[in-house]
Design a protein around this ligand. Sequence first.
Ligand code: HEM
Length: 419
Amino acid sequence: MTSVPQEKVLDNSVKLLAEGFPFINHRVSRFQSNIFLTRLLLQNVVCLHGPEAAKVFYDPDRFVRKGAVPKWVQKTLLGENAIITMDGDAHGHRKSMFMSFMSPDGLHTFNRLLQKHWKAFIHKWEKQEEVVLFEEAQELFCRVACEWVGIPLREEEARLRAQDCAAMVDAFGAVGLRHFRGRRARSRTENWIKNLVAQIRKGELTVEEGKPAQAIAFHQDLEGNLLDDVMAAREIINLIRPTVAIAYYVAFGALALHEHPVARQKIADGEEGYAELFVQEVRRYFPFAPFVGARVKEDFSWGGHWFTKGTLVLLDVYGTLHDPKLWEHPEEFYPYRFKNWQGSAFDLIPQGGGNHTTGHRCAGEWITIEAMKVSMIFMAKFMEYEVPEQNLSYSLRRMPTYPKSKFIIRNVSSTNIND
Ligand code: HEM
């Protein structure tokens, strides 16, 4: 039984790919409703939008993740049966391990490594005529992530490993070639890390005590069993791959610095707290995750709709971040909107909503914010560069998306870097 708008279509999957990020939001505006029914992947789907709906979506008594992520996304982006597909106590136990890496000490170590690699990359770029920032940032973050996690990365393999992580991310909204590139990248990366996990367990590879690779290799599930080698590899990759994905925000952040020279100057001048406001606005304004999905755990009623067990439900991430009821002039890039922001855990949701420890909210959100602050400070304060004529537009139909030119810079020079 339902009183909510319903699209009378056989299937809308092709339209989803054609419309991209605003797919749900288009219909929210057309139906003037934060909930509507459609059909995707040949099944009935309920689409939800806004913080009230997000609160319901993140209630673990109402939704589960089992069966919510299509296999083709697991085989590229996420890793089959890894943390994001888990529920209940098993998920809580695995998530506690992930969140233990995000302690103040863990974040401090990450920050220190990131600064070290930013300095090295700027000095490298000084010797290059041209730098493709998006690709370079992927390698930079791959090096940081491997060192932070405790995975040895040989100099000659850094580029390939970074490209593979990027290919897994690039595959999430794709069919065809991009999808197959993502699958190949995943199988190569899983083989690489799986062999290292086996070596760690046999004592042939020593990883510093407390580093995530060591903790994951010896993590026991609720029954006291170690994860099998492949699953341990998948969860290690679930730290490295999304860290490489921060390169998307770096490319978008660079675009925002370029288009807003006053904001850039405030970061360069070290205006108190401004870098964080800027980074929050980058995460709100620029597209990354279009939506997140879950399945109904048990029948319940909400918003005029009877949710039946097993139904797929999508929460509109992109649309919620651009909703004029939540954000004044959402299509303007305006970092100060976060100055006296009284937000909740359900409105600024580029990396999911709700609670980090008990729910599925992104385990790496704090790392992402810190990494972006450091990166924007390096770009605004510690380097000078030219931005030549190029195509800086990005498509909202491509998922994921980035500036088409990948943000090219020239004549890089370091300023005020304290080596
Ligand atoms: C989950 C986005 C960076 C680790 C998620 C989710 C989103 C997301 C949308 C799913 C939330 C949900 O299902 O409700 C992003 C974006 C990032 C980023 C846009 C930056 C570009 C990171 C980093 C790490 C990380 C740096 C780790 C170092 C994870 C993990 C999960 C997750 C482990 C699964 C959490 C769970 O199922 O409980 N992320 N993420 N992410 N992310 Fe991130």
